[in-house]
Design a protein around this ligand. Sequence first.
Ligand code: C5P
Length: 282
Amino acid sequence: MEPTLSEFAFAKLNLFLEVIGKRPDGYHDLETVMHEIDLADRVTLRRRDEGVILRTDAPDLGNGEDNLAVRAVRALERHVGHSLPCEIGLEKRIPVGGGLGGGSSDAATVMRLLNRAFGLRLTDGTLEAVAGTFGSDIAFFIRGGTALCRGRGEIVEPLPGIPRLSFLLVLPEVHVPTPMVFKSLRLTGEIVEGYDLRRSLSLGSVAGLRRHAFNRLEGPARSLFPVLDARLSGLSPHRARLSGSGSTIFIPCVDDDEAQRLKSTLEASAGERLVVAASASR
Ligand code: C5P
């Protein structure tokens, strides 16, 4: 019997996200700071003799060829030129469609596990290049941590040495389709620089993070989803921001205690979840 390998697939927050411009291929060039947090799925992988099987505890999630975890296997198979038969298990804890990158993180984790299970000896750089062929933010999750991501999001520059951060996450019960948000974005040519945010992060300044966290997709997401707009307005005294295209809202906190206190004072709206999270450590 082949051994079963297992790893966490952490979620991410976009602490900064500026859209630089629209590309001829329909995607957008971004400058975004992604940060891994300790909300995580668990991914297991075991070699088989033939075929790919995906088992998941999330009833709404497809387990066929369109699932990003299976697409990760197919992308790596194309790269190495032979089949990588395996059974994948996904224990989903990251909300689906919440701007937390759960599916992308699962896909990157499958690639790391395949690399180990089949002794492929591919470097992180190679895994990132393959990840960029089937998604925009999968490459970030190969190394994780904190990184400045450019291009479609697949060009990853790690930002090492960022002190541990605490957050309160507000997870509204609304599913935001990313393409819809990008489509309704009107670019004005105004570009917000990410320098101040990155400097605040490297200093571990939560006040700086609160001041300089930014997300260009917040405007269109708020216009499209009035529920999200109302929630963000209500939480604005706490410097709440949207992650990715939403719907997850994050509030930077001084430490876990502050996040817990805030959680107990804020009342969750109908269907909403409040979750305390901190920087992930791998
Ligand atoms: O690459 P991914 O599947 O994560 O992207 C989902 C959708 O988000 C794309 O189909 C596109 O509409 C939009 N997108 C974009 N520019 C990016 C990333 C995503 O327009 N850099």
